[in-house]
Ligand binder design. Structure first.
Ligand code: DAH
Length: 359
């Protein structure tokens, strides 16, 4: 039957000529779809005499099977070549350098806080926190600065409206109120009663009414506090020698303790590190000048007692340091105000990569 063989040839030609899956589907529809050529042959069977239908039906079915097999085979070839083409076009060269992504930097203050944490952490200190908005008692009275004490004038305080119960409130003028807060902590008191010790650093924000090239109304301090039954001035000196030399990365850094006054320590000292100036540039290390970097002392018995510790049993050391100041000194940053201007160019210049952050 020429009709059958023509349909066969045309169908198989269309299948092998299909260049992609879309063309193959069009070929399938032309043969096996509702109006397809083979479907048309099927439709003629109904009108045939039984004998003829049997014979012709078998041939049409055979042809249908043959075309379906050809469609399937071509589909397999086309899909694998489509996949191969996709793989080739999407090939990634893993040896190409990565596209640089816009990356932020760590602010020098955050960097220095991490460094402080790492150095004091190695000496067994943990990190404590306290509120920026503080009550007058924790900020002053607990630390042996009673309401009429002249030392209150050493700190230009931002006073806030009192709480509903009348408690006078301030923006904390130093991190020292966290000394009182940790000493009053019940778990800490139990640990001390059991013969243990308290060792904390408190890096954080502090506030005073002040604004010039070396002062900003918001600045940062770190407090250090050790309380136990035996810690003395010798430990304070050892701890600060180790800290200063590690922080400034100068092994033989000269360090000087000068007697001073703070209401919450007795004796009290200010600590200077050696430095020199050459062509207007500061060099930290042995030299002919000194830079003051912190205040410290033995915790005053009255501060100890105010915070629930019997000064006949417990004693300790306290340290207070300006973080912004030591960051400026270590990293040669000239103007304090630029720290808080949020100028991206400044941050890109003085900021630190996150990967460098911990020593
Ligand atoms: N709180 C003091 C201030 O801001 C700094 C200070 C000095 C803290 C001596 C201390 C200390 O813990 O022992 O001026």
């Amino acid at each position: 039957m020429s009709d059958l063989s023509t349909i066969r040839r045309e169908a198989l030609d269309a299948v092998s000529a299909a260049v992609d899956l879309g063309a193959l589907e069009a070929a399938r529809v032309a043969v096996l779809g509702k109006k397809g050529s083979v479907t048309g042959l099927m439709k003629t069977l109904g009108a045939m005499a039984p004998e003829q239908r049997k014979e012709f039906g078998a041939k049409v079915n055979e042809l249908k099977g043959e075309i379906e097999a050809a469609l399937e085979a071509r589909k397999g070839t086309l899909s694998s070549s489509a996949l191969a083409a996709r793989l080739a076009s999407e090939k990634i060269d893993v040896s190409l350098p990565a596209r640089p992504e816009g990356q932020g930097t760590l602010h020098p203050i955050g960097q220095v806080m991490d460094e402080l944490g790492a150095i004091f952490g190695e000496m067994g200190f943990t990190w404590a926190d306290g509120p920026d908005i503080e009550d007058d008692w924790h900020n002053f009275t607990a630390l042996n600065i009673p309401p009429d004490h002249p030392a209150r004038q050493m700190q230009d305080t931002f006073y806030l409206p009192p709480r509903a119960d009348g408690t006078p409130m301030v923006l904390r003028t130093h991190t020292s109120p966290v000394q009182a807060r940790t000493m009053l902590n019940k778990d800490v008191q139990k640990r001390l009663a059991d013969g243990g010790s308290l060792r904390v650093i408190v890096p954080g924000r502090t506030f005073r009414i002040d604004n010039d090239a070396t002062h900003t109304p918001m600045f940062h301090q770190v407090e250090g506090l050790v309380i136990d039954r035996t810690t003395h001035m010798g430990h304070l000196k050892g701890c600060l020698y180790d800290f200063c030399r590690a922080f400034f990365e100068v092994d033989e850094l000269p360090i000087r303790f000068r007697p001073s006054y703070f209401p919450f320590t007795e004796p009290s000292a200010e600590v200077d590190i050696g430095c020199s100036w050459k062509d207007g540039e500061l060099r930290i290390g042995a030299g002919d000048s000194w830079l003051e970097i912190l205040g410290c002392g033995m915790v005053h018995p009255r501060a100890n007692a105010n915070c629930g510790h019997d000064p006949a049993i417990y004693q300790g050391i306290a340290i207070g340091m300006g973080i912004d100041r030591i960051a400026m000194l270590k990293y040669g940053i000239p103007d304090l105000r630029a720290f808080f201007d949020a100028d991206l160019r400044w941050l890109r210049h003085y900021g630190f990569s996150a990967l460098e952050s911990v020593r």
